[in-house]
Design a protein around this ligand. Structure first.
Ligand SMILES: Nc1nc2c(ncn2[C@@H]2O[C@H](COP(=O)(O)OP(=O)(O)OP(=O)(O)O)[C@@H](O)[C@H]2O)c(=O)[nH]1
Ligand SMILES: [Mg+2]
Length: 200
């Protein structure tokens, strides 16, 4: 049994970025193995959670066709992934929200289970993924499980004009889960990186 029942966790696909390193395209709609990246992320997250949502800021109809609720940022001007966290927390109807970005199609299939175990074991409010690169711990802050009660805190933080994820998570009890397979977190920020994800 998982530490937190699956039905208490809502999964949020973060697809609200500018995609500037990919030439400004809507990254979540880029094709990967025959499906849009955001759809690949939805399918991978679906067995790990009880409900799903997408955060996107462009081409909302295309995202809506994926069959789950779509919420744009309430904050203007693409202030970064925390705006997506905020949109998700505002709409989340379960005690926990977990986020994954749309550009990392091979993320672990036990992501949520392991984040939930750490959150409970460490009595934390947030559990975040990390990898090790050249012996250095590399946090993967957009892979984040959080208690929905943090909404008020994030509203206050973003209203103060703050944007940095680690500045916000640093205000809370935060567990870090190290995943050995760093390749699973390879994300396509450029067209070249998206190409590298395709099988040869
Ligand atoms: N809601 C929302 N999500 C964002 C924003 N900026 C980035 N993200 C998301 O955060 C995740 C990680 O961001 P990046 O990989 O830097 O993606 P990006 O912003 O689309 O791409 P770049 O413009 O090239 O940095 C992705 O899932 C993005 O969709 C934003 O302003 N609002
Ligand atoms: Mg990225």
């Amino acid at each position: 049994m998982s530490a937190i029942p699956t039905e208490q966790i809502t999964g949020l696909i973060l697809a609200g970025g500018r995609g500037s390193r990919m030439g400004g395209v809507d990254k979540g709609l880029q094709n990967h193995l025959g499906l849009p990246l955001a759809m690949q992320a939805l399918l991978r997250l679906q067995p790990q959670v009880g409900a799903l949502m997408i955060n996107a800021n462009r081409n909302l109809a295309a995202y809506e066709s994926m069959g789950v609720p779509v919420w744009p940022d309430a904050l203007a001007d693409y202030p970064g992934p925390l705006a997506g966290f905020l949109a998700g927390l505002e709409r989340c109807e379960t005690p926990y929200l977990v986020t994954v970005p749309c550009d990392t199609p091979n993320f672990p299939v036990d992501l949520v289970e392991r984040l939930a175990a750490a959150l409970v074991a460490e009595d934390a409010e947030i559990a975040m993924a990390a990898t090790r690169e050249d012996g250095q711990l590399q946090v993967q802050p957009v892979f984040c499980l959080m208690a929905t009660t943090l909404l008020e805190s994030l509203v206050a933080f973003t209203q103060g004009g703050q944007r940095k994820i680690d500045r916000w998570t640093g205000q809370h009890r935060c567990a870090t889960v190290v995943f050995d397979d760093a390749d699973a977190f390879f994300n396509a920020n450029t067209l070249d990186e998206l190409q590298r994800l395709q099988p040869r």
